[in-house]
Design a protein around this ligand. Structure first.
Ligand code: ADP
Ligand code: MG
Length: 697
């Protein structure tokens, strides 16, 4: 925490941002770069050369020796390929060089990144193209240049491209609406603040758990005597080693211009959360990727491991990412700010109902945007939002919309005041209470989409969100631009949308069984896992949506679907192999050793010919023995299934087989192993247990 006195200087000190550009670039260059950034005009090579040179000089001052195009392939994590600035002069000396060409375009060998059939195997070439809308930065002595990644044929192979395209679509359609309301705004953009949950565990424990090392989650582990039932961890006092980690993390993130702001303990033991201040969507996506990367690296310095997996421990809360999303203008307005009298704020209500309609009509797409093998352990379980999508509005907004629908006048209620103790100042209750169970909740001046998994890129859910809202705004603008009486037409649109979409609004407890039944009655979809959700990505309606707004071509939609299916079964395949490996090489041998000890001890004592009852001893031996046999047979069945899966050619069928058969067999083996863990002496158990891991940090 040495530098915190200089926080102002520290913040963004490693970022080639506006301020640095202004200082370091000739006026003309700065102007054309700004034009490129704000209007998307292409940058000529001459300007790029000047920018590249200034970037290089700045980066070298910050200690950089290398540069890398930094991109976000479909693996969901980021990729980089480092080149040094060094250029030999031929006389044994060197100069440090970086050209505009190197800044604008890179040519990584793309053959090892998933393309879902977009790139023939013989065509390994792919391009990375500089994205000037996201700032370059220096990390680990390297200048990082944010880029987009596409195939030789120009098809998007990354997570960023559709996001940027969706921001354009949202901008275009929202501006049409704003113009009708007489707004001066020239640019509209989505803003995102993503709260990131994570676990911190001891490095030593991590190293000894092959399942964590290979798959990011524990594949075994009996329920510990103490879990999270006392609810004593949530917002609890943060332990000194965790505080030290959080401080270091903040400092590293601040240097990169990431405004990490809130940090607290989460519900589960060893679980924590970090929230940054929100920013423009494309920046937020990059920064969340960086945050996850820095979280992992800083943990190493503290002999800790940061787990970002959605469900590292069964029976203990998993980790998600709350995606706070809103729409702002270049004139500094938040379009989802209801103001003091939302009932009179037609513009706000119009945007609000656009979102309600979007969520209702594209429930399945939103669902699929948060679907992954890892997140399947959370969604639908009792801790996270259920797999059913609904919108929480709170009573005030629900009442206002109902009044419009029924053409009743809305009677504004006096805002309730909260008074806890006589001398504590009164404060006014928020317009929306916090409904923690809703998957898509209005929280004051933004929506919070809560289904996202902790390790996923936030790009997918946000390009879907931007696009579906753009689509609804387009439909509204098509009507309203032709209206004679604009005011009346706006009210009509709002009324019609509420009437036709109100089934998606639900303010109650999303975790209750009644809601599942009620949602079914309302006809809301309930896609329980990834394999069930994925077909909606390639449904005709989705393809039409994506192609009509220029977000993804049909080919790109299908390739992405293929990649999602493939990554799904591959993850479960690795898990299945890991289960079998751990059982055979660690658990069974440990059980043999323990069995030998208890059997011998029984035998020896029997030889004493004392009047003793050996029924407990014999029972333990036979119970452990029987469980061991059951475990071995469960693993045999798993091995057979995994071998059979190899012959399934069709990716869809393969994914379904893993979902319907392999997962069940893995669970079967786990149940036996976990029961054995409760019987076998801890001295013999081959790896740290949940109690060891969860309460150590
Ligand atoms: P909670 O845990 O109660 O949901 P936090 O304060 O932890 O709330 O996080 C709220 C998140 O929402 C922060 O990242 C914040 O920056 C973000 N946020 C606030 N306003 C907006 C907005 N207009 N657009 C997007 N995100 C926002
Ligand atoms: Mg939240």
């Amino acid at each position: 925490m040495s530098n915190v006195g200089n926080l102002k200087e520290l913040f963004s000190s490693m970022v080639f941002n506006e301020k640095v550009m202004k200082e370091r670039l000739p006026k003309d260059t700065y102007k054309s770069l700004k034009k490129t950034i704000s209007e998307g005009s292409t940058l000529d090579l001459e300007t790029a050369n000047v920018v590249a040179n200034a970037m290089k000089d700045w980066a070298i001052e910050k200690g950089a020796t290398h540069f890398t195009h930094w991109f976000q392939p479909m693996t969901g994590i980021t990729a980089e390929k480092h080149d040094s600035f060094i250029s030999p002069l031929g006389d044994g000396s060197i100069i440090m060089e970086f050209s505009g060409k190197e800044l604008i375009k890179g040519e990584p060998d793309a053959s090892s990144f998933p393309s879902g059939g977009l790139r023939a195997t013989f065509e390994a070439r792919g391009y990375t193209a500089w994205d000037p809308t996201s700032y370059a930065f220096v990390k680990e002595n390297t200048l990082f240049i944010p880029t987009l990644f596409c195939s030789y044929g120009g098809e998007a192979l990354d997570k960023k491209t559709p996001l940027l395209r969706s921001m354009e679509a949202l901008n275009t359609q929202a501006l049409r609406i704003l113009k009708l309301f007489g707004s001066e705004a020239k640019r509209v953009f989505a803003t995102i603040g993503s709260e990131q949950e994570y676990f911190l565990i001891n490095e030593e424990h991590f190293r000894r758990r092959k399942d964590l090392v290979l798959t990011g989650r524990t594949l075994f582990g009996a329920k510990p005597p103490k879990g999270q039932e006392l609810e004593d961890h949530y917002f609890g006092t943060i332990k000194p080693n965790v505080i030290a980690y959080m401080h270091d993390l903040d400092e590293e993130l601040w240097k990169l211009g990431i405004s990490a702001k809130t940090e607290h303990n989460e519900v589960a033991p060893s679980q924590h959360e970090l929230a940054p201040v929100f920013s423009m969507a494309n920046i937020a996506v990059d920064q969340n990727q960086l945050t996850m990367d820095v979280m992992r690296k800083v943990a190493k310095n503290h002999k800790l491991v940061c787990l970002l997996h959605e469900k590292p421990f069964a029976g203990i809360n998993g980790s998600g990412k709350h995606n706070n999303w809103s729409i702002s203008t270049d004139t500094g307005e938040n379009l989802l700010d209801p103001g003091k009298a939302p009932e009179k704020n037609k513009r706000f209500l119009l945007f609000l109902v656009a979102i309600i309609k979007a969520v209702n009509e594209y429930q399945d797409l939103l669902r699929v945007s948060a679907a992954s093998a890892a997140n399947d352990h959370r969604l639908g379980a009792n801790e996270a939002p259920p797999a059913i999508i609904s919108v929480y509005l709170g009573t005030v907004l629900t009442d206002i919309l109902e009044a419009i629908e029924k053409s009743n006048g809305y009677v504004s209620k006096e805002l309730e005041k909260v008074k806890s103790v006589s001398y504590v100042p009164e404060f006014i209750k928020d317009n929306t209470d916090r409904n923690r169970t809703s998957p898509f909740a209005f929280t004051g001046n933004k929506f919070e989409f809560r289904m996202l998994g902790s390790s996923q890129s936030i790009s997918g859910p946000n390009f879907v969100l931007n696009t579906i809202v753009a689509e609804e705004l387009k439909q509204f603008a098509d009507i309203l631009e032709k209206a004679d009486d604009f005011d009346a037409a706006v009210t009509d649109v709002i009324r019609k949308v509420v009437r036709e979409n109100k089934q998606i609004i639900f303010n109650g407890n999303n975790y209750s069984d009644e809601w599942t039944k009620e949602a079914a009655r309302r006809g809301l979809s309930n896609l329980k896992n990834t394999v069930e959700a994925l077909p909606s990505f390639i449904a005709e309606k989705s393809v039409k949506l994506f192609t009509s707004h220029g977000i993804l071509t049909e080919k790109e939609v299908f390739s992405r679907h293929e990649i999602l299916l493939e990554s799904y079964w591959k993850i479960i395949n690795i898990e299945a192999l890991t289960v079998a490996d751990i059982v055979k090489k660690a658990i069974i041998p440990a059980v043999y050793k323990y069995l030998a000890v208890i059997s011998e001890s029984t035998l020896k004592r029997q030889k004493l010919a004392l009047p003793l009852d050996f029924s407990y001893d014999l029972e333990l031996v036979s119970k452990v023995s029987a469980l061991k046999d059951k475990l071995q047979s469960a693993v045999n069945a798993l091995d057979t299934a995994v071998a059979a899966a190899k012959d399934i050619e069709n990716t869809e069928k393969k994914a379904r087989f893993y979902s319907e058969t392999v997962i069940g067999l893995m669970t079967g083996a786990r149940v036996c192993a976990d029961e054995l863990e409760t019987l076998v002496s801890s001295e013999f158990w081959p790896f740290p247990t949940y109690s060891d891991i969860l309460f150590a940090v």
